[in-house]
Design a protein around this ligand. Structure first.
Ligand SMILES: Nc1nc2c(ncn2[C@@H]2O[C@H](COP(=O)(O)OP(=O)(O)OP(=O)(O)O)[C@@H](O)[C@H]2O)c(=O)[nH]1
Ligand SMILES: [Mg+2]
Length: 213
């Protein structure tokens, strides 16, 4: 960025009755040059976080008019997607789907670190876990560890834990996973299928409840 310096005084400034043709003037000052780094943080009220492939983009696509890329491989989402979700009152609430987090994200691994700062200003996190994963509890812990490592209050932010891909899991296994996650996190856990549209009302009711605190 370049800021011009103060202008000098021209000879007209020194014009007087006694000096009708002044030759005096003063030099202008040099300008200043400096670099400014401006950072834009997204303004979303709700952030959707989780490991790659958990179904975060599928969820925001189901809940809003956002149409992010969805695919069966990790790191499909490279930049955050915003979507507006309608409340029962008709107001819109902005949700952000951020790129998948992996172990070490807070130290710069994967894509998630750059985007963790975007959720610093959200009021609530939806922590999505693939219920069909080999070890959903481990998946919960990996992301929780990153929230703690990143700091800036992310670990203390209100967070709803959500198991996704319900229709892929046997009902008895659903209960088992849910109990494990409740015991580990001390929080209530909701099961949904973002792809089939199951459990979304329960999830949204919880979101609106939490946002009204
Ligand atoms: N069976 C089933 N598959 C789902 C569900 N939700 C998402 N998927 C699938 O899971 C895969 C990953 O979905 P995405 O929405 O791209 O996952 P993501 O969490 O955004 O992934 P990244 O952007 O890579 O972090 C896709 O093949 C989806 O179709 C679900 O409820 N049930
Ligand atoms: Mg995605």
């Amino acid at each position: 960025m370049h800021l011009g310096g103060r202008g000098g005084l021209g000879n007209a400034h020194y014009l007087s009755n006694r000096n009708r043709a002044p030759e005096k003037f003063t030099e202008g000052r040099d300008g200043e040059e400096f670099f400014l780094q401006l950072e834009l943080k997204l303004l979303a009220e709700v952030g959707i976080i989780g490991l790659p492939n958990a179904g975060k983009s599928t969820l925001i696509a189901t809940l809003s008019a956002a149409r992010p890329k969805i695919a069966d491989y990790p790191f499909t989402t490279l930049v955050p997607n915003l979507g507006v979700v309608r409340r029962p009152t008709g107001d819109g609430t902005v949700f952000a789907d951020i790129p998948g987090l992996i172990a070490g994200a807070a130290q710069g691994s994967g894509l998630g670190y750059d985007f963790l700062r975007h959720i610093e200003r959200t009021k609530l996190l939806i922590h999505l876990i693939d219920g069909g994963a080999i070890d959903p509890l481990e998946d919960l812990l990996v992301v929780e560890k990153e929230l703690v490592a990143y700091g800036n209050g992310l670990a203390e932010k209100p967070r709803i834990i959500v198991i996704n891909k319900q229709e892929l899991i046997e009902p008895s296994t659903q209960k088992e996973i849910k109990n494990l996650l409740i015991c580990s996190s001390g929080k209530d856990v909701i099961i949904i299928s973002a792809a089939m549209g199951l459990g979304l009302n329960s999830l949204l009711n919880k979101v609106w409840d939490e946002l009204d605190i």
